[in-house]
Write a protein that binds this ligand. Structure first.
Ligand code: ATP
Ligand code: MG
Length: 140
């Protein structure tokens, strides 16, 4: 399998509870390298654009406000099959359905405040990484 990069976000519910380090440890233990990382506060415009694909879903407005409620940590994870690997470290969207020991099983508060985001395809990973990072900010 090829080396890939994926975009990860540690969401406001997790930064509020001081979980950045514990979540990063799970990524690193799974063999993912954090090759770029910054702590930022998303604007409504940025969060709305990032989750544009969900615009018609009933939870869109609530999702955007939960993503702007506090700082997030945006990061690029790199490794063999990083996109799928990160999704398996994260666990299912709904923490009640997430495998034990995944980030969401251990830390998510709810299906919405579910602690992390991860890209779901190579195309989305490339677009989401470019949304937050310049090439010069990514250091393998
Ligand atoms: P993400 O895209 O954040 O990595 P995901 O791919 O597991 O999560 P999506 O279906 O893309 O899930 O939904 C994006 C985000 O919208 C979820 O992470 C969650 O915060 C929120 N969300 C999804 N489904 C619901 C729902 N039924 N009710 C409330 N919020 C939801
Ligand atoms: Mg998704």
């Amino acid at each position: 399998m090829a080396t890939e990069r994926t975009l990860s976000i540690i969401k406001p519910d997790a930064t509020r509870r001081n979980l950045t380090g514990r979540i990063n440890a799970l990524f690193e233990e799974a063999g993912l390298r954090i090759v770029a990382q910054k702590r930022i506060r998303l604007s409504d415009l940025q969060a709305g654009a990032f989750y544009e694909v969900h615009k018609e879903r009933p939870f869109y407005a609530s999702l955007v406000s939960s993503m702007t409620a506090g700082p997030v940590v945006v990061q690029v994870l790199e490794g063999e099959g990083a996109i799928l690997k990160n999704r398996s470290v994260m666990g299912a969207t709904d923490p009640k359905k997430a495998e034990p020991n995944t980030v969401r099983a251990q830390f998510a508060e709810s299906i919405e405040a579910n602690s992390v985001h991860g890209s779901d395809s190579p195309e989305n990973a490339a677009a989401e990484i470019a949304f937050f990072f310049a090439g010069t900010e990514i250091l393998p």
